[in-house]
Design a protein around this ligand. Structure first.
Ligand code: SAH
Ligand code: SF4
Length: 344
């Protein structure tokens, strides 16, 4: 809840609105795991609020650390379902020396992308804003035990699930993470990655949230895209790119297009040329992601030379393209490897 929402609740208890900010700071800045930690509040108030608003932290089920320092957390939700979140050291110019947390927005995903382990498990349910936020707060609290100054600097909605199909909770969690009395994560340090739902992209544009929008493209034409992203058949590329153009116009910001490179499928010079033509004139940059392997699908990544050729084809046609660094693959924590099954 936002401080203003707390203030409304508190009014019923005859309390001043500033207590709302105290509560918000306690949970969101100091990452308190229960009411007893909010020692700046009178004891009887804490007790009364605690009865009506129980705090329900996510339980850290497992923590696996990769050779490259990436850490994958498996978190248990109140109903015993599980999700994963991945903590990385980001090396980009803009994100240097900052921890990035990749969060999940749904348990599983219903989009069924052929190259994604999460897609193979199907959709179970949406996460609440609290469960999305909890990934940041509960992991921060955990890390602070050994590193008191620990702070997450960037959040990317690139974990399990399709964020724009859980629209309200995702937008609410973005506003909460960005709040100055809470985690205070800069709005440009929040990235939402979507498989590309045109109407939701337009709706997001109207929120006036200046986040980074990343759109998963993965193919330069509808036939190929529909083959690897079955749910995308409902939204032709033309409609998707029109929505992206509207978004760019509204926010005056570049959109990032993600393109998973799969050997022998979408990585040819012809595909690069077709993609360059498709994106011609769109204010964007492209993130090339050599596909991460998984037992859930048969795809493999092209070799480094082919990836570089693909990048150059785009760059030579005026489309800035970068190859995404692979992280956490040895612990099943890289893009498209997140999965959860009961009892694992
Ligand atoms: N559902 C959203 C966000 C989660 S997936 C989306 O699809 O955009 C985050 C990114 O990882 C997407 O760009 C997705 O296409 C990519 N991805 C999925 N499986 C992958 C794999 N096996 N290797 C590399 N990237 C993958
Ligand atoms: Fe869902 Fe994204 Fe995986 Fe596709 S790539 S199945 S949209 S999580």
């Amino acid at each position: 809840m936002f401080p203003e929402e707390w203030a409304e609740v508190l009014a019923e208890y005859g309390q001043k609105p500033y207590r709302g900010t105290q509560i918000f700071r306690g949970f969101h800045q100091r990452c308190a795991e229960d009411w007893s930690r909010l020692t700046d509040l009178p004891l009887d108030l804490r007790k009364r609020l605690g009865e009506i608003f129980p705090v329900q932290p996510l339980r850290i089920d497992s923590r696996r650390e990769s050779r490259d320092g990436t850490v994958k957390f498996t978190l248990e939700l109140w109903d015993e379902l599980g999700i994963e979140a991945v903590l990385m050291d980001h090396q980009g110019d803009y994100t240097r020396n900052r921890k990035t947390l990749c969060v999940s927005s749904q348990v599983g995903c219903g989009m069924g992308c052929a190259f994604c382990a999460t897609g193979r498990m199907g959709w179970t349910r949406d996460l609440s804003a609290g469960e999305i936020l909890g990934q940041v707060l509960d992991i921060t609290r955990f890390q602070r035990v050994h590193d008191p100054d620990f702070k997450i600097g960037n959040v990317v909605f690139m974990g399990m699930g399709e964020p724009l199909l859980n629209y309200e909770a995702v937008v609410r969690s973005i506003r909460l993470l960005n709040h100055r009395d809470g985690q205070n994560i800069g709005i440009r340090r929040l990235t939402v990655s979507t498989c590309g739902l045109p109407e939701q992209i337009r709706r997001l544009a109207r929120e006036g949230l200046d986040i980074v929008l990343a759109v998963s493209l993965h193919a330069p034409n509808d036939a190929l895209r529909g083959q690897i992203m079955p749910a995308a058949r409902r939204w032709p590329l033309k409609a998707l790119l029109d929505a992206c153009r509207d978004y760019i116009r509204a926010l005056r910001r570049r959109v990032t297009f993600e393109y998973v490179l799969i050997r022998g499928l979408n990585d040819g010079a012809g595909h690069g040329l077709e993609l360059a033509a498709l994106l011609d004139g769109i204010f964007c940059n492209v993130n090339l992601i050599p596909v991460n392997e998984s037992a859930a699908h048969p795809y493999a990544a092209p070799d480094a030379a082919r990836v570089e050729d693909f990048r150059r084809i785009l760059a030579e046609r005026g489309i800035p393209a970068a190859v995404r660094e692979r992280k956490g693959a040895d612990i099943g924590g890289a893009c498209g490897q997140l999965i959860w099954a009961r009892g694992e």
